[in-house]
Write a protein that binds this ligand. Structure first.
Ligand code: CA
Length: 229
């Protein structure tokens, strides 16, 4: 098992590295986001321990970039703060789990073990499909036919919400809760903005429109004809 540790504070990095090594992992430690991307590109890791607070490129950006590049290694995010917003931001960026500093080594080891085990159990791909639109929830790749579609983390989350309930009418607040946590209210017009972006990327180039507005209710993802109503 190989683990990549990304943390700029050398004391914490050394502590985590030593703990993981004593538990039998092979550990590489890097100190910046760009280094993390370089190392993760070069070698497959069973898990990545990633601190949010890094100089320059922060952990959230690093994690988003891992996922954009199709890296599947599970990511355990480390953070000094513990608020719902932080958790949502971490998970939205593609992290699998979240650990608040200061933490006990035993807990870090348990989380890493669980992540590596879950990754090993997972099927190689998990694909959601509606007509010729596909979403691989492991690599976070989205395609319309053979066309690869680049989405931001939030656009991806909105689309995932629609793709997990095809043919269902989803209200703006259902989508907002999925994407911006339960604390989010009054996100309705923000949802409209993301839907507009998704239409531009997914539907505009195709004759078959998939994203439908259900007037007075919300949105529906379906290959069927749009209803008037
Ligand atoms: Ca740090």
């Amino acid at each position: 098992m190989r683990v990549l540790v990304v943390e700029d504070e050398h004391k914490i990095s050394a502590y985590v590295k030593r703990g993981l090594e004593e538990a039998g992992y092979a550990v590489d430690a890097v100190f910046t986001g760009p280094e993390a991307l370089e190392w993760a590109d070069a070698a497959p890791y069973d898990a990545i321990v990633l601190d949010i607070l890094l100089p320059g490129m922060d952990g959230l950006s690093v994690c988003r970039e891992f996922r954009r590049r199709g890296m599947r290694a599970p990511v355990l995010m480390l953070t000094a703060r513990d608020t719902i917003d932080d958790r949502v931001a971490g998970l939205d960026s593609g992290a699998d789990d979240y650990l608040v500093k200061p933490f006990a080594m035993r807990e870090l080891l348990a989380r890493v073990r669980a992540l590596a085990r879950r990754a090993g159990d997972q099927p190689r791909t998990t694909t959601l499909r509606v007509a010729d639109l596909t979403m691989d929830t492991l690599t976070r790749r989205v395609r319309r036919g053979h066309r690869m579609i680049q989405l931001t983390a939030k656009e991806y989350a909105v689309l995932e919400c629609l793709m997990r309930g095809p043919e269902r009418v989803l209200t703006r607040s259902m989508i907002a809760e999925h994407v911006w946590s339960y604390a989010a209210v009054n996100q309705s017009n923000v949802v409209d903005v993301y839907i507009r972006n998704l239409r531009r990327k997914i539907d505009d180039p195709s004759d078959l429109k998939l994203i439908h507005t259900v007037r007075g209710a919300g949105y529906r993802l379906s290959p069927g004809e749009e209803e008037n109503g």
